[in-house]
Design a protein around this ligand. Structure first.
Ligand SMILES: [Zn+2]
Length: 361
């Protein structure tokens, strides 16, 4: 695919993406003297690390595996990054029997090196999805949705079926395990395990619809409120005297969907919600206070602050569970702000928000 074809195919399929500087000319074609293509399939990987874009685009994996390591990178946000249009070092050697099956769009047998090997980098697009690959780290809903759209975009462009979609574990002669791990959910489906059989089924479903299609979304009703459970991926510094907005960066469940567009937002109106916010602080001097408030927004403007709770420091680390109950009108969103009233910087070690959300209207 040319850069223009990549952009058109991804746009049509509803993929949110950015372009890394230089991606249209990045590749290993000149360095290897082998021109990328013809392409026969799309290979999906997990990074087995976090924030791996620099390694994928610029550093590679040491002198033996120079960059780029993929054509595209897919972080937890679900916003794809185009990294390279040329040859990329992602597939290594593929077993001939697996390669032949991908080319023919037949079920892929276990990769058997005794059937011979093919340089997978000659003819496979490579997608690296940010995931620890430890079998516990979750692929976010946004990541999986983009993964399905990305693979479908490639298939639709080339007029391939889902049989051209493969995982590294299906081609590798070194026993690579990727991609694997739990997925937060997709469409009406809750948490499930990432398998290539499931991904191909989801790509097949997409390809049966026009490119602009979206899978049905969960709808909350009064009997079944949406469940929202958000947290922090790491501790956050809270400067002395400062008001700080809580950016929930780790998502366990976001059935209400408001958090996807802005990490500080946990619910959008019209809705009623009820739940708890659990906070743990380190370094808060005994007797000092952290103020907690819910701030209501209209678009990006703060329009109302709701009664403040106060967390009073206890010896050692300070831990409190606060109730969160409120009602939001149409077009309003809610965020959490914290103010460290002590004279020293402290750390928010964890902030876990759990709420049931009843959508109105
Ligand atoms: Zn891989």
């Amino acid at each position: 695919m040319t850069p223009a074809e990549w952009r058109a195919a991804l746009h049509a399929e509803g993929v949110r993406f950015t372009e890394l500087d230089g991606w249209t000319t990045r590749g290993r074609d000149a360095a290897t003297g082998k021109r990328f293509g013809p392409v026969h399939g799309s290979l999906t990987h997990h990074t087995a690390g976090v924030t791996s874009l620099n390694a994928i685009a610029f550093h590679g994996q040491g002198p033996a595996v120079p960059p780029p390591l993929a054509h595209a990178y897919l972080p937890k946000s679900g916003v794809l990054v185009l990294v390279a249009a040329g040859r990329a070092n992602h597939a290594g050697l593929a077993a001939r029997n697996a390669w032949d099956a991908i080319v023919a769009e037949r079920p892929i047998p276990r990769p058997d090196p005794s059937t011979g090997t093919v340089d997978g980098n000659d003819g496979l697009y490579g997608l690296e999805i940010e995931n620890l690959g430890d079998g516990r780290d979750e692929y976010t809903r946004e990541q999986y949705d983009t993964c399905v759209r990305y693979n479908a975009a490639i298939c639709r462009h080339h007029r391939w079926g889902p049989g051209s979609v493969a995982g590294h574990l299906e081609t590798s002669i070194e026993g690579k395990p990727d991609p694997r791990g739990p997925v937060e959910g997709y469409g009406l489906r809750g948490r499930f395990m990432f398998t290539m059989t499931q991904l191909r089924a989801d790509v097949r479903e997409r390809l049966a619809h026009p490119a602009g299609w979206s899978p049905p979304a969960q709808e909350a009703d009064s009997m079944h409120p949406a469940y929202v459970n958000l947290g922090l991926s790491r501790g956050v510094l809270l400067g002395a005297g400062e008001w700080t907005e809580v950016q929930f960066t780790r998502e366990w469940n976001d059935e209400a969907g408001a958090h996807a567009a802005n990490s500080a937002v946990f619910v959008a109106g019209p809705a009623r919600f009820s739940g708890t916010l659990s906070l743990r602080f380190e370094g808060l001097p005994e007797g000092a206070v952290v103020q907690v408030r819910q701030s209501e927004y209209k678009d990006t403007k703060r329009v109302q602050d709701h009664p403040t709770d106060e967390v009073l420091a206890t010896p050692g680390s300070t831990y409190r569970v606060l109730p969160l109950t409120n009602r939001l009108g149409t077009g309003r969103t809610m965020r959490v702000w914290l103010r460290n009233q002590s004279a020293t910087d402290i750390e928010v070690v964890s902030a876990v928000l759990k709420a049931l959300v009843w959508k109105e209207g």
